[in-house]
Design a protein. Structure first.
Length: 255
């Protein structure tokens, strides 16, 4: 069921979104050569704790997962696309890192992701990250009243394909509100003019995921969570929680 939010409720969601933005900024600042992925999870936990927020990721167990998710952030490195579990891996020069974080505050959820490099960056990685951000911006620009879910999907997919990147099949964004995942689903590719019409009060997590090698193939690690590119190429992930309003899209997970 699609649940529209009032202006006041969107303001309350903005508070949760700010916590997500602060956590991502803190994790990005802490990410350096020699820092473990568990260290990054601890950084995010401290931000959430300091804000009086909880994590919708910690303990989350969808039907596909063999175990509940054990952390407050997903940290996906290099060929990992999404859902990476923070472990003892220590960051190295040139790593491409995607961090996905959520927060629940005052009964509302926020969800966002960012990709960045550690140390000297490969030009190809910078282009991949820039394209993921451009695809996110294109999807957000299409999130206006009167458009349809397919218009967001088409904007994202067109940006990714024009740059020669793959789009993992079956993964995309989602509605968000009292819980992290609500209806409707938001594909990262598809024909324009299709799907549910966008109305003020709809809040979506828009999140393009790109595979550098140009294929759409992925595989899941033995942990049951981490998705990786089959060809070993790198991946990037960008995400914002966005409210559709009469005045245009409102990003709720910016600083």
């Amino acid at each position: 069921m699609v649940k529209l939010k009032t202006d006041r409720e969107i303001d309350e969601m903005r508070a949760a979104g700010r916590v997500v933005a602060r956590a991502l900024a803190a994790v990005r600042e802490a990410a350096d050569v020699g820092v473990s992925l568990r260290d990054l999870d601890r950084v995010a936990r401290e931000v959430l704790r300091g804000a009086g927020a909880t994590s919708p990721f910690l303990g989350y167990r969808p039907p596909f997962a063999p175990v509940p998710f054990p952390a407050v952030v997903c940290v996906s490195v290099n060929d990992a696309i999404v859902h990476g579990i923070p472990d003892d891996y220590r960051l190295r020069d040139g790593d491409l890192v995607s961090v996905d974080c959520g927060a629940e505050l005052g009964g509302w959820a926020g969800d966002a992701a960012v990709s960045f490099t550690v140390g000297p960056a490969r030009p190809a990685d910078l282009r991949l990250i820039e394209t993921s951000e451009a695809a996110l911006a294109a999807g957000i620009a299409a999130a206006v009243p009167g458009n349809r879910i397919g218009d967001i999907a088409h904007a994202i997919g067109t940006t990714c394909r024009a740059a020669g990147y793959g789009v993992p099949d079956g993964f995309g964004g989602h509605g968000i509100g009292r819980t992290m995942h609500e209806d409707p689903g938001v594909p990262n590719e598809g024909p324009p003019g299709r799907g549910m019409k966008l109305r003020p009060g709809l809040v979506l997590a828009i999140e393009p995921m790109l595979i550098a090698g140009g294929t759409d193939d992925y595989a899941c690690d033995a942990d049951g969570w981490t998705l990786r590119t089959v060809d070993g190429s790198r991946a990037a992930h960008s995400e914002h929680t966005v409210a559709i309003t009469a005045d245009g899209p409102r990003i709720l997970t910016s600083l």
